[in-house]
Design a protein around this ligand. Structure first.
Ligand code: 13P
Ligand code: SF4
Length: 327
């Protein structure tokens, strides 16, 4: 099998495996042998979260990547997260089991259009959400995640104008919280968070009157306005653990329910429904591309690898490091 051609064509390694192979055991053996570490996002499938060394939100995953000194980081997440890990841990080999694991939000901000936009406002400080390519980060002053966006924006003097990209929902939410009228917001969105239905959440609320509605700030403003709590994946998780209430209507990608149920199995977590009742749109298809088989083959052949040119990494590292200093 020509592995390189396989990856080039499919974006991942496909190979026949002995059906009796215990993939979890094999992954653990390879991990040990190669001194690899597995980082996984909360939206990953449950069986992937279960074998990860560390599961977290995008802020915690970048903090962890920056602090690691491991020859191999196997990233169970999406491409921008693996790219951020590579930028922060340039001496590690960063592997992503499927190169097709993109992000609709990152795709909503392409380099050429964004560069032209930024060029029109030379006095604006560019704040970008980490859900962007390394190229977009290279045009930024500072990055943020949904965990620290308020602190990041507040770290910029109030009289300085800001460009916030790429998420329009997170941008407007942060603008309201920080009271920054001089903020230009890029018109991007995540296909998962942008489609939760207020009407259907309110219907659910009637069936579960005591339930707390909790939402990720990438959701549309009407959803955020009816939410009892808004936060990043890690903040939503903490809220469900600390809140005395037992029922939660959860408006974010459904993968987070795995950790919520693991951490506090006696509570009741109800996924918020999308506008279109016929689709499983509260699942991020990109996040669900990771499988145990792909992880095993990735560790075995050390492919696909994520690389960022030294020049681009240097430019993109600066705004990420500025963010990490703030939180
Ligand atoms: P967090 O920063 O909350 O982990 O969210 C990442 C993400 O991709 C949300 O869709
Ligand atoms: Fe990107 Fe949305 Fe998937 Fe998060 S849920 S990785 S923002 S597409």
């Amino acid at each position: 099998m020509n592995i390189d051609k396989n990856v080039e064509k499919l974006g991942f390694i496909d190979a026949e495996l002995d059906p009796s192979l215990n993939l979890v055991d094999e992954i653990n053996k390879l991990k040990e042998q190669k001194q690899a570490v597995i980082l996984a996002h909360y939206y990953q499938p449950a069986e992937i979260q279960a074998i990860a060394d560390f599961v977290g939100d995008s802020l915690a995953l970048s903090q962890r990547a920056a602090s690691l000194n491991k020859p191999i980081i196997l990233f169970a997440g999406v491409r921008f997260m693996a790219e951020t890990a590579k930028i922060l841990a340039p001496h590690s080999k960063v592997l992503l089991p499927d190169l097709n694991a993109g992000c609709s939000l990152a795709d909503s901000c392409d380099y050429e259009s964004f560069r032209r936009f930024v060029d029109q406002y030379p006095n604006h400080k560019v704040v970008t959400y980490v859900n962007t390519t390394a190229e977009i980060k290279s045009l930024s002053y500072v990055c943020c995640t949904s965990s620290n966006a308020v602190e990041v924006v507040n770290s910029i003097p109030a009289n300085e104008p800001i460009i916030f990209a790429p998420d329009r929902n997170l941008g407007s939410y942060i603008q309201r919280l920080t009271n920054r009228p001089n903020m230009l917001i890029w018109d991007g969105a995540c296909h998962v968070h942008d489609q939760f239905s207020v009407k259907r959440i309110l219907e659910l609320k009637q069936q579960h009157p005591t339930a707390k509605v909790i939402a990720h700030p990438e959701c549309k403003q009407p959803v955020l306005l009816i939410a009892d709590f808004v936060g990043s994946t890690a903040q939503l998780l903490r809220y469900t653990q600390e809140c005395a209430e037992t029922d939660f209507i959860v408006a974010t990608e459904v993968g987070i329910l795995t950790e919520m149920m693991r951490a506090n199995p006696s509570k009741n977590y109800i996924p918020a429904p999308p506008d279109d009742s016929t689709c499983a749109c509260n699942e991020c298809a990109y996040m669900k591309l990771t499988t145990l088989k792909k992880m095993y083959l990735t560790l075995k052949y050390e492919l696909p690898e994520i690389n960022v040119s030294a020049e681009m990494a240097e430019l993109a590292r600066l705004p990420i490091e500025r963010m990490l200093k703030i939180s």
